[in-house]
Design a protein around this ligand. Structure first.
Ligand code: HXC
Length: 523
């Protein structure tokens, strides 16, 4: 922007120039485009920052940055370079934030736009604070060519090298394409607003011209698709404001960086609150499904559970809660969906969550009720071995405190994949309803005693006898407890108190691993 004022001007004129320039930047792409944005039910880039942060805490940076020019950018105005960046606080804790402005060239990313973003990412890493990206961008700025690709490269690089060092959270608040989705995909969490945000690497028009497929924004990459089908996004909310409050809630379970512990939230929920309700929820009959969510709500502080990816791979439940004020990550089988068996998607979902907890010093509680990995050609051919291995790897790799509670059945490979003693659980508890075996008694008897059953005078009576025999031998928690695989069989009603006491015991746990550059996790 050319200077309107000349040397020798009065102070008031200099101040007026600054205010005039700032006003122009703050107006973004202008009233018409902002009205269009609001008519679509969206907030503007600056309104989003105000909603996200504690009032009055935002400190803007890079306010007067301009684009670099170039032949196709001659005469093009891009106030604020299409992104608002700076720092603020959430619940009094410092965070860095960038908010893409769709009213300025579709929030597209050019070299200097990227420089604003990387500047605050670097500050976040140096000061050990989370980075929050409010994404509303058409991707690489077409007019800037390779410069815009380079800009994305600089962001992706930082997303990767700061991964696990400081929490990175992405809110998707508009039609995001290309680099505007790959950067969020490199961060820890993606939150979307239903009906007004989309994620795709190429939009419907390009798809039509390449594959001739006719598809709407929603069908291609709406929040429904990414929170139910693809598993790309973690949480869906109704509108911008709800997403931004969701970011605040999510951060409350996480520390500022990998050196710190998550904040403690005082609660009036007594540590020793007895859990009689569990006796109604969980019945001894192994075939009777129950709501694992109810179990979780009963155990945790104030019944508050922030479930992550609640609508994808519903056979496993993951999310954050607190026990005695301390943040915990919960991984639980869901007996109501596919009998809680482990599938490819469930393994991916759990492994990713366990690793996220481990990065940010969130202890992990594993609630086990699982018959095994889902058998079938489709799962085998799609690589259940490769994906299931991620869960084994993630649990073994995690050095945070890890408690496993076996609520009912825990069979076969899934017994190991759900963090058994041998896979690194610090403490394993079981309820009297638990059963640990290679498989269920019916299946086991049919395999091991097939010949005796078939040759018996009364095969059904013999089968029943063998099933009872097997149940007696393994279908209970005491065999595993007698061998030290279970530390204690606990009264269900005492579970909350036990878990809180045991996590307190593990709070200062330290566990080291052999030197390596990094492990080679199966992907
Ligand atoms: C520059 C862009 C732009 C872009 C849109 N605009 N995309 N400017 N670079 N990539 C401008 C438009 O000219 C328009 O300007 C304004 O932004 C709003 O765009 P509309 O098309 O009117 O909005 P809408 O109908 O809501 O559609 C949004 C959209 C569509 C779906 C995002 O604009 C679109 O498909 N854009 C191209 C997406 C894309 O292919 N990006 C490159 C990806 S490749 P005016 O002046 O009218 O307001 C990439 C490389 C990195 O990102 C890959 C890393 C792996």
């Amino acid at each position: 922007m050319a200077r309107m004022t000349q040397p020798g001007m009065e102070l008031q004129e200099l101040i007026a120039e600054m205010e005039q320039r700032r006003g122009k930047v703050e107006a973004g792409g202008g009233k018409e485009r902002q009205d269009k944005q609001r008519a679509g039910g969206k907030l503007t880039a600056r309104e989003r920052i105000d909603t996200l942060l504690d009032p009055g805490s935002f400190l803007e940076m890079g306010t007067f940055v301009e684009h670099r020019g170039g032949r196709l950018m001659q005469g093009v105005e891009a106030p604020g370079e299409g992104v608002v960046t700076g720092r603020g606080t959430i619940d009094g804790r410092q965070v860095f934030v960038f908010s893409q402005d769709f009213t300025v060239l579709g929030g597209s990313l050019g070299k200097m736009n990227a420089a604003k973003v990387t500047k605050i990412m670097d500050l976040a890493a140096k000061t050990g604070c989370p980075v929050i990206g409010l994404n509303d961008s058409a991707g690489a700025r077409i007019q800037e060519g390779v410069d815009s690709l380079s800009g994305y490269g600089e962001i992706f690089y930082r997303n990767a090298i700061y991964s696990g060092a400081v929490p990175q959270i992405s809110a998707i608040l508009g039609p995001c394409a290309g680099g505007a989705v790959y950067s969020p995909a490199l961060t820890d969490f993606i939150l979307m607003s239903g009906g007004s945000s989309y994620m795709f690497i190429t939009g419907p028009e390009v798809i039509k011209s390449v594959t001739r497929e006719d598809v709407t924004f929603d069908q291609l990459g709406g929040a429904d698709v990414h929170t139910r089908k693809s598993g790309v996004a973690h949480l869906e909310y109704d509108g911008d404001e709800a997403v931004l409050l969701g970011v605040r809630e999510l951060l409350s379970y996480l520390p500022q960086n990998a050196h710190e512990h998550p904040p403690v939230k005082e609660t009036s929920d007594p540590v020793s609150r007895r859990n009689e309700r569990l006796l109604e929820i969980v019945q001894p009959d192994q075939r009777k499904p129950y709501a694992m969510h109810e179990v979780i709500h009963e155990l945790v502080d104030d019944g508050t559970f922030l479930e992550i990816q609640p609508n994808w791979a519903k056979n496993i439940v993951v999310g954050f809660a607190r026990l005695g004020g301390h943040s915990v990550g919960i991984v639980a089988n869901n007996p109501r969906v596919m009998a809680g068996t482990l599938t490819i998607d469930a393994s991916d979902k759990a492994a990713r969550f366990i690793r996220t907890c481990d990065c940010y010093n969130v202890p992990v509680l594993t609630l086990v009720d699982v018959t095994g990995f889902l058998p079938g050609v489709a799962q085998e051919h799609a690589g259940i071995i490769r994906h299931g291995a991620k869960m084994l790897y993630a649990y073994a790799e995690a050095t945070v405190p890890k408690i496993t509670l076996i609520t009912r059945k825990s069979y076969g490979g899934a017994y190991l994949a759900m963090n058994s003693r041998d896979m690194g659980a610090d403490v394993v508890y079981a309820w009297p309803t638990a059963a640990v075996a290679v498989m269920g008694a019916e299946g086991a008897a049919n395999i091991v005693y097939r010949r005796e059953i078939n040759s018996a005078e009364n095969p059904e009576a013999m089968r029943a006898e063998k099933i009872a025999d097997y149940k007696d031998a393994f279908d209970n928690p005491y065999v595993a407890a007698s061998k030290g695989y279970i530390d204690d069989v606990i009264p269900m009603e005492d579970s909350r108190a036990r878990l809180i006491q045991t996590f307190a015991m593990l709070r200062d746990k330290e566990e080291t691993r052999p030197y390596k550059k990094h492990g080679n996790m199966p992907l």
